[in-house]
Design a protein around this ligand. Sequence first.
Ligand SMILES: Nc1ncnc2c1ncn2[C@@H]1O[C@H](COP(=O)(O)OP(=O)(O)OP(=O)(O)O)[C@@H](O)[C@H]1O
Length: 612
Amino acid sequence: MSEQRLGLAPARIAAHVRAAVGLAVGAAPGRTAVLTAGTLLTAALPVAAALLTRAVVDGLARGATGTGWTAAVGALAGVGLLLGLAPAVLAYVRADVERAVALLAKDRLFRAVDLVVGVARFEDPEYLDRLMLADESGGRGPGQVIDSAFGVFAAVLTVGGLVASLWTVSPAVAVAVLLSGLPVLAAELILGRERAWTEWDISPAKRRELFYRDMLATEQAAKEVRLFRLGGFLRERMLRERRTAQAAEHTTDRRAMLVQAGLAAAAAVVAGAALLVVTAQSRGGRHSVGDIAMFLAAVLGVQTALATAATQAAKAIQALLLFDSYRAVLADPPDLTVPPVCLPVPPLRTGIELRDVWFRYGPGHPWVLRGLNLTIPAGRATALVGRNGCGKSTLVKLLCRFYDPTRGAILWDGVDLRELDPADLRARISAVFQDYINYELSAAENIGVGDLPALDDRPRIHAAADRAGIHELLAALPNGYDTMLGRRFNAPDAKGVDTTGVNPSGGQRQRIAIARAFLRDARDLVILDEPSAGLDAAAEHEVHARLRAQRQGLTSVLISHRLNAIREADEIVVLASGAVSERGDHESLLATGGEYATLFALQASGYQTAKA
Ligand SMILES: Nc1ncnc2c1ncn2[C@@H]1O[C@H](COP(=O)(O)OP(=O)(O)OP(=O)(O)O)[C@@H](O)[C@H]1O
């Protein structure tokens, strides 16, 4: 990923800082103000301590014990108290601001993700890497940027104050001590950038590690992992990714340690030399004891503050570079073009036309559809059949505008899908996809997510479940429709007692997915991509009877490898080599004696052999 490395143009940094401050102010304005004031106050404390130390020590040397001196002692004690209290209080406020910022950042990030129109972006490893970094840095990044910016600001104030105090003792020493801190600052900035690059570089390894981890510890994979004895293999792969990430981190840490140790030694030499110079001068009576005491406190303070400024600046740079991923995801251009003003999506009247549609999943991918021409007439059932991989599901994904055709067009009553609002278009479609989702939610929610406004509408949910032939089973679950489907999480029952969920069978899950689609009734287009593959023969018959009733008057696209299930479709379309190879109703296709007739005869003979 190194070619993707992020730059550090000042204008970009300024924009990121503004965005981070905007996030903090938006998330927690009052607490951000408290944090700002507190940080500035804390920055002034070391300077006050150094000046007060001089006053107290000089007073002592003069034998002064009056109210002025006592006040200075009291003030020094007060500053000491504040210096002790401030870190704890500021840490508390800072953590609070960071939590608020993390929440707002996550909200904004996943709103942006939700605005992605198609699905290709979720198949793009670069985007997924960036999203992972954005999620991580969006949470801690803005807080860290602000925190570090404050840290740098506070340290610069401290350094300024202390250097001014040093100047009164020895301008040359003040300049030398200040200059000795500059290499530290430069080195830390470079190290901060390297750390960000390292995080960027290891993000693919981290994502792969997460994948192996999921394989090792999720129910879906547990069966195959055990049967194939994959535990050791997957664990080794997971650790390999971890080792790769750790090796990169180790290299960066070692470089940081060497640079920091070298610079710390140089700073100590400068401090020692300065001390020699000033003590030599004080022998000549040029400096008071208080000057020396303040000088010692100031040299130490300047070096500590410079080191802090450098560390904070490095953290800020690191956070800014990672924050870049966050802002990049937020600013991503649309994946599919949507016109600024979309045409409304009217109810389907004549039909959907695929006109010379060519499609492949990317420039390096083979063509899936090659000049496909097809009309899906309104109010009729169209079945798509064809061998594995011939493009049936791809066609369905294009109808939902999850991708755009690479060439050609898809027209909804004559209007190109690209002219329509994708959300409006999808609101007119009901679908059971081949790879439907099993939500780790309650039974009612598993159906209700098909039409969110109906999430709490139990009569409608029950009716949809009934039509999918699953109502009785769901009603009889331990907590009825409130039973959790899936066993990953506990779910409290009506009395608040934690209960584990249930695991429906494959066919039952399929009926639940069908119920979800039924809940979206009154849609213009119903897509059923292999809706009955997991059902037994009796269930298949029953569900298809219900599907036919559901489809009546609606436009439907039905995909199935069980040709018996789609023989009653108004039109059967056979896809081969990315185009339509045959079309007609069941009888006419059988009469033609082509691919469909061959496949149908094969399946029928299979049933007859099984019967015999
Ligand atoms: N997201 C994707 N990225 C890249 N290639 C894909 C993607 N989805 C499908 N393909 C490829 O596109 C081709 C068509 O796949 P598609 O799923 O449309 O076939 P299908 O006719 O539905 O097959 P099946 O009968 O097995 O379900 C296949 O070669 C497949 O490998």
